[in-house]
Design a protein around this ligand. Sequence first.
Ligand code: FAD
Length: 437
Amino acid sequence: MVVSKSDAIIIVGGGAFGLSSALHLSRKGYTNISVFEKDDNVPPRSSAANDLNKIVRAEYEDQFYTDLTIKAIDAWKTPLFAPHFHQTGFLHCVSGAAPEKAVDTLNRFRASAEKDSRIKPHVLPLKNVNEVRQACWQLDGELPGWHGYLNRFDGYAHSANALAAVYRETQAAGVRFFLGEQGAVSEIVYVSTLDGRKCAGIRTKNGRFHPSSLVIVAAGAGAGRLVPEIGKEVVAKSWSVAHVHLTDEETSALRGIPVTYARDLGFFFEPDPKTNLLKLCPMGGGYVNTDPKTGVSHAPDNVSDSAFLPEADEKQLRELLRQTLPSLADRPFVRKSLCWFADTNDSDFIVDYIPNTSSSIIIMSGDSGHGFKMFPIVGSWITDLLSAPDSKQSVKRWRWKQPAADAEKADWGGDVSWRLGQSTEFTSILPPKASKL
Ligand SMILES: Cc1cc2nc3c(=O)[nH]c(=O)nc-3n(C[C@H](O)[C@H](O)[C@H](O)COP(=O)(O)OP(=O)(O)OC[C@H]3O[C@@H](n4cnc5c(N)ncnc54)[C@H](O)[C@@H]3O)c2cc1C
């Protein structure tokens, strides 16, 4: 099916993938675009990208994603995105106690950075603690056994602000936004056809039906609820996030520090000068919330259910601070949460039509926790797909993944080399409920 420039297009989800799609579609001249977002605010609280910052690093073990990120970094430097991109560098290390898997991963990332002639000139190997300290003098902890490299090609993006900028831009370009109750999509509506079914539009939680020629499901960790036929090929997973509140002087002293990442402990960013918050994330296998009936993990319904920091992650982050910025090691953590994303077992995105729907519905999902760096270019993958002559996704690895009937995945994503540790069930880390007595 060919979508004309004036046909109604519905995008479900006003997070990173949905907003970028709205931007690229409107830039290509599509005039009838509506975004449905279940939160009543953009940036939505339930978006994984509604955050102070996300790493933008170009070196991947896989050249395909390196090339894409280099393209994205070029786009980060254009006027709409540039205010939100900070090329502070990426200090990528392991501590002396890191397991072999973490060291091997670090080495592969470094090899990837050093073999690419566009990145190599920006890479500084750091063989020992002294060299790490020279690369970032503000790290006044002991940095026991730290080594790795600094890549000045990389940095971070202020993700919530970037979402807000694209929201304003697309609104000004005529994209309509349905938020909160009006925007919460309860189901995709199909009609039967001779050769299967066709998507006719969506129904929102308030019961209204909205017809459209094309629906793009960019619902992040919510994809599995709207497109259950994807099965376990996309599951909701989360990692935790916490912040430390600094004084003006502390924020100022840490101005310009690179994203500091110990593969075995976690990472933190340059503090945000507006809020004086320094954001930290532990690195680990993440948390899943598996429905015992289907074996598929879904994000909990309310954001408030995820507003805590698991004990093990707190311990790990305190260790990270103790090794790097010891004066902050015992400071209370604020704005603690688990942040949910859409995971695939090979970390590849999915950007494709749902099969046998006459090209009437696209799923754009499986960000696998590394999609935000692509924010400025994500939407171009939709316009590319729409202009594909045979309606076929030309990027093989982004095609629809048909779940195997007997798909048993005991170690979901455990093979992904850049993650350390196994996934844990969300129910097993829930903090005890406060007694009402
Ligand atoms: C802790 C953490 C750290 C990360 N760090 C990085 C990083 O350093 N670098 C990087 O590149 N990426 C990072 N990511 C990944 C990045 O955040 C995601 O790749 C990106 O946000 C994916 O965009 P999305 O649009 O698919 O999902 P989201 O941004 O989560 O947006 C999905 C939206 O869909 C909405 N929605 C869901 N269901 C419905 C429904 N039924 N009706 C209406 N709306 C609905 C949600 O409310 C949400 O707003 C990180 C993710 C996490 C969790």
